[in-house]
Design a protein around this ligand. Structure first.
Ligand code: GLV
Length: 332
């Protein structure tokens, strides 16, 4: 931290903090941060390499980071000046939250602004999977589009079905609201029952057994890692589609491959995977009943700009000692 005296007004003193930003963000969004602080931005291709991140964090008071950045002990142990971490995402499973709170480092994230966009993505994926749109598209592009046939690529309906939502936070609720428009019955499982008119709280087992489709929208933590494995997938209906717009490690990938190969479920649509990104020769990518997209849940122009802007606001507020508009809280 350094003290800056404005040349136009000798009485205007302010502390200038050193901030490291791990991806280039639109200049319009960054301007307020640059105006107040000494900002360094990683401008290389792809995520910042870990050694660069650790070295930059070692002299920074503020960090604006992404889900691709590992914010754990190796970084925190060297980041003795770090006071505020602002993540441009709602999920913070790449950050050692316990260690940050032990060290008094504030953590901000970007809930709310992405809720509706991720819910839109969940429905886009569900529709694409249940109606087998991606299989049809592949067929068209590969020159295999033959004459119309009565039962070719028939899939499942969305309307008048039962949708199971695992995790009923903001995004789960937005998915449930959309489901009512499709006249779906909605079941949800989450650690706490919510006061909802349009969805029924059930155990995970009941949800899996009774749902025509299942959408995962729970955050990743010790309790949810590997939540969906072989026994859970076996509970699902052979006609059911599984959509994951949360985090890849909620699902055991090996078990999912078996479920898709053996017909325990009809198909899956994954915005997130484990590992991520998937190598090109990964078995999931060879399965015709599995749609994989590269973590695009919140990827609308408007929403990504809103996330970047909120991440900047959080960082400025935290550095100034004001309350952040969106501080991360384990209470959700
Ligand atoms: C994206 O995955 C997010 O957590 O916002």
């Amino acid at each position: 931290m350094s003290l800056s005296v404005s040349s136009s007004d000798a009485f205007s003193l302010r502390f200038v903090n050193r901030v490291f930003v791990t991806r280039e963000l639109p200049e319009k969004v960054m301007a307020p941060l640059r105006h107040e602080h000494d900002v360094t931005t990683w401008d290389g291709d792809g995520p910042v390499p870990n050694d660069v991140l650790v070295s930059e964090a070692s002299t920074a008071e503020g960090l604006l980071c992404m889900i691709t950045d590992a914010i754990g002990l190796p970084l925190l142990d060297r980041a003795s000046h770090l006071r505020v971490i602002s993540q441009m995402a709602v999920g913070v499973d790449n950050i050692d939250i316990g260690e940050c709170s032990r060290r008094g480092i504030l953590v901000g994230h970007t809930p709310g602004v992405l809720t509706e966009t991720v819910a839109d993505s969940a429905f886009a994926l569900l529709g694409a999977a249940a109606r087998r749109l991606f299989e049809g598209e592949r067929e068209v592009r590969s020159g295999k589009w033959g004459p119309w046939e009565p039962f070719h690529l028939t899939g499942g309906d969305l309307h008048d079905t039962t949708l199971g939502i695992v995790g009923m936070g903001r995004i789960g609720r937005a998915i449930a609201r959309r489901a009512t428009g499709y006249e779906m019955r909605v079941l949800y499982s989450s650690p706490a029952r919510k006061d909802l008119d349009d969805a029924d709280h059930v155990s995970l087992e009941v949800l899996l057994a009774e749902s025509d489709h299942v959408v995962l929208s729970a955050s990743l933590n010790d309790a949810t890692r590997g939540l969906i494995g072989a026994s859970e997938l076996r509970l699902m209906r052979p006609t059911a589609y599984l959509v994951n717009v949360a985090r890849g490690p909620l699902v055991n990938t090996v078990d999912l491959i078996e479920a898709l190969l053996s017909g325990w479920i009809a198909g899956a649509a994954l915005d997130v995977t484990d590992p991520e990104p998937l190598p090109r020769d990964h078995p999931l990518l060879s399965l015709p009943n599995c749609l994989v997209v590269p973590h695009l849940g919140s990827a609308s122009v408007r929403t990504r700009n809103a996330m970047a802007a909120l991440a900047v606001e959080n960082l400025i507020a935290g550095l100034e000692g004001w309350s952040m508009p969106a501080a991360y809280s384990t209470a959700g």
